[in-house]
Design a protein around this ligand. Structure first.
Ligand SMILES: O=C1O[C@H](COP(=O)(O)O)[C@@H](O)[C@H](O)[C@H]1O
Length: 271
């Protein structure tokens, strides 16, 4: 069978953030159920920024096998883990510290390497390799779910518009020292990781994201970092937005994209 093209993004919008938070929680729980049934564990990558607060719907959920979760961070700021800029800290405060995921299954950067970004990103990549390499031919880690945010300039992870890392095809984790959004020093997943996940979901809320959401979804030819997220088949990309953020986005194809995604999930025993 010829390789399938990436599926169109599946777009969901909600009248308010609390409905978005509930629906996102159901989506994550379903993804973990599917992953644990098929692979015996659930590999999840989290972002910082506004995402952690939108994960609160997961706290106290029934039927979650927390001991099977393996957590990574899509990008991390080069600061100690207890620093207010740390993405781990943001996720831990809002979500991770409220659920019983074993600490050794939460994969954080090695704080002893903060002065050497090359080593720091290499070490984080090795953590990915040790979790994923045994099961796949090690070309790419295939996450069950990657949760992303969209910055006001269209960045995601620490992949910024016009940055050379948008073209990275080899490394799984890269570093940058010139992030336009502080802090300047960061490490980040690259597209080879993001675009091989089974499921990727963006979470965006608020009218300050309206124009950028429209640009990312309706002008993909601009090549904004979020528009470049197109997981290879059988992977799927989802958007969870509130109505304020979704106001200018063209959602006329939403039902067809949802139908195609369901078809792909039913046809592919791995997802
Ligand atoms: O700096 C970052 O920004 C993005 C987007 O953040 P948001 O607050 O606009 O949602 C975030 O996804 C990324 O993890 C973070 O390091």
């Amino acid at each position: 069978m010829p390789p399938q093209p990436p599926a169109p993004p599946v777009f969901y919008s909600f009248p308010d953030t609390s409905k978005l938070v509930d629906s996102l929680a159901n989506f994550v729980v379903k993804a973990q159920k599917d992953a644990i049934e098929k692979r015996g564990k659930f590999t999840l990558a989290l972002s910082g920024g506004s995402l952690p607060n939108n994960l609160k719907g997961l706290i106290g959920q029934e039927g979650v096998q927390w001991d099977k979760w393996e957590i990574f961070f899509c990008d991390e700021r080069v600061v100690p883990l207890d620093h207010e800029d740390s993405n781990f800290r943001a996720c831990n405060d809002a979500f991770l510290s409220h659920v019983p995921i074993p600490r050794e299954q939460i994969h954080t950067i090695d704080e002893s390497l903060l002065d050497d970004l090359d080593e720091l990103s290499d070490e984080y990549e090795k953590q990915l390799i040790s979790l994923f390499a045994e099961k796949n031919a090690a070309r790419f880690p295939v996450f069950d779910l990657i949760l992303l945010g969209m910055g006001p300039d269209g960045h995601t992870c620490s992949l910024f518009p016009g940055h050379e890392l948008l073209l990275e095809t080899d490394r799984w984790v890269a570093y940058l020292e010139d992030s336009p959004k502080p802090p300047a020093k960061r490490i980040t997943f690259t597209y080879p990781v993001i675009n091989h996940a089974y499921r990727v979901a963006f979470v965006v809320a608020g009218d300050s994201k309206q124009d950028m959401l429209h640009a990312v979804l309706d002008q993909p030819e601009e090549g904004l970092p979020c528009s470049r997220v197109r997981p290879a088949a059988p992977g799927l990309v989802f958007w969870f937005a509130d109505d304020a953020a979704a106001k200018k986005a063209n959602t006329s194809d939403a039902e067809e994209a949802q139908r195609l995604a369901k078809e792909r999930i039913n046809a592919n025993s791995a997802i």
